[in-house]
Design a protein around this ligand. Structure first.
Ligand SMILES: Cc1cc2nc3c(=O)[nH]c(=O)nc-3n(C[C@H](O)[C@H](O)[C@H](O)COP(=O)(O)OP(=O)(O)OC[C@H]3O[C@@H](n4cnc5c(N)ncnc54)[C@H](O)[C@@H]3O)c2cc1C
Length: 400
């Protein structure tokens, strides 16, 4: 069988694009290498700009019932300072974003896709992709089986994120470790003193992070830290302490707000780590392969916008693929690819640039020393930064 679309990866980007295509009558196969539910290194905050998409897919209520409280304030914890300002509401929904554990969100989206008719193959790894007479041919490996099998489709949507290594044309080539690499960590806590409606940005030397109330009374603490700074932290008084423990000690030593929020709290579940993260924009379309989510481009997670960008980018792509279906069936993907690349850059490139700037400022003690008094006396600045990160403007308007 030749499917209309092959989707590689069942995270928010892959599940959303597969679901949207299937509900428009496309035959879609999706490969996901892990077994769900699974936790993931992620702050888990979803901007309100993605609520209309969840509504359209019929899962907004499920999301709101499961997710943590509305995030009505944005904050900044740096040194001894604890700043907060009202979070601007999303222009079209008048709502606030919320956080939901990835073990729930990703299952919700993938189950929805499955029910809409997507053939989900899981756990299955896409290990190789070739083109034969204009048809995408993907080699698939199943854990524990020696022999792979092939799946064929007219187009491929690469939604495998940015951390995997392998031989797909959309994999980011490996490189030598650099001191400036940003390694990512995430832990969950219960019984914290973090105000329920607040999502503070944590700024500390060599890194940044965030905290937010997520589902079931949990708080997620996620962060990125430079490789060289992590190494220094681990050389301290207890050189063999686990990396996550060293990272948390470093954050607590430089963010009084985290210290007080975690006073009396206890960790729930193991710490997770990943990375290095790979911020930047990559090839968005080539030879019938469309990249979406982190495979297309990754913003520094300082802005907590990656899930939203993944889902809204998926919506954008699905819309263009559906419009260009007749051309695609004739084997011409170039026009759709160019339109997608243009639209993706227009919507998301400015967010990536502002995220990169915020990340550099948050990680540099000299910059935070200069900027903190400004944020303290002009609270509108924090809200302004939130707007620049894309938290208030949907990519596809609600009426679409
Ligand atoms: C520290 C940190 C905090 C963050 N906090 C937030 C936040 O609060 N809010 C927010 O919006 N964003 C946040 N992000 C970003 C967000 O996690 C990502 O942008 C988002 O997960 C991207 O979704 P995706 O679907 O593109 O990729 P992913 O979520 O990475 O999904 C890719 C999927 O593809 C599968 N896969 C990979 N390779 C293959 C293969 N070869 N074959 C089959 N399947 C494969 C993987 O198993 C995975 O399930 C954070 C990121 C970090 C690092």
């Amino acid at each position: 069988m030749i499917y209309d679309a092959l989707v590689i990866g069942g995270g928010p980007a892959g599940a959303t694009v597969a679901w949207l295509l299937a509900r428009s009558g496309w035959s879609v196969v999706l490969l996901e290498k892990t077994v769900f539910p699974r936790r993931k290194v992620c702050g888990e905050f979803l901007s309100a700009t993605s609520l209309p998409l969840l509504r359209m897919l019929g899962v907004e209520k499920m999301f709101l019932d499961m997710a943590g409280p509305p995030v009505q304030h944005v904050g900044l914890y740096a040194g001894a300072r604890i700043l907060s300002a009202p979070m601007p509401v999303a222009t079209e929904t008048g709502a606030w974003g919320r956080a939901l554990g990835r073990e729930h969100l990703d299952c919700m989206l993938l189950n929805g896709a499955r029910q809409a008719g997507v053939e989900v193959m899981q756990p299955c790894v896409a290990s190789k992709l070739a083109i034969d007479h204009g048809i995408q041919v993907c080699t698939v490996q199943q854990p524990g089986k020696d022999r792979g099998f092939e799946v064929q489709a007219r187009v491929t949507v690469a939604a495998h994120g940015s951390w995997g290594k392998g031989r797909l044309p959309t994999h980011i080539p490996g490189r030598k470790p650099e001191p400036s690499d940003l390694l990512a960590f995430k832990g969950n806590f219960m019984r914290t003193a973090l105000p329920a409606s607040l999502m503070p940005l944590l700024a500390f030397p060599g890194g940044y992070g965030g905290m937010v109330h997520t589902d079931h009374g949990r708080v997620s603490l996620s962060c990125c830290i430079r490789r060289d700074v992590l190494q220094q932290c681990r050389r301290g008084p207890e050189p063999h302490r686990a990396a996550a423990k060293a990272v948390l000690a470093h954050i607590m030593a430089h963010c009084y707000g985290v210290q007080s929020a975690l006073d009396g709290a206890h960790a729930e579940g193991a710490w997770l780590s990943a990375g290095p993260i790979q911020p930047g924009i990559r090839a968005l379309h080539k030879d019938g392969i469309f990249a979406v989510g982190n495979t297309a481009g990754e913003a520094h997670p300082v802005v907590a916008e990656g899930i939203s960008m993944a889902m809204q980018g998926a919506w954008l792509l699905a819309d263009l693929l559906i419009t260009g279906r007749n051309e695609i069936r004739r084997g011409n993907t170039r026009a759709t690819g160019s339109a997608y690349a243009r639209a993706w850059r227009r919507h998301f490139a400015p967010r990536l640039r502002s995220a990169a700037l915020f990340a550099q400022l948050a990680m540099a003690p000299a910059a935070t020393r200069i900027l903190l008094p400004l944020f303290q006396y002009i609270p509108g600045l924090l809200a302004g930064c939130t707007r620049l990160s894309g938290k208030t403007t949907a990519v596809i308007p609600v009426s679409a």
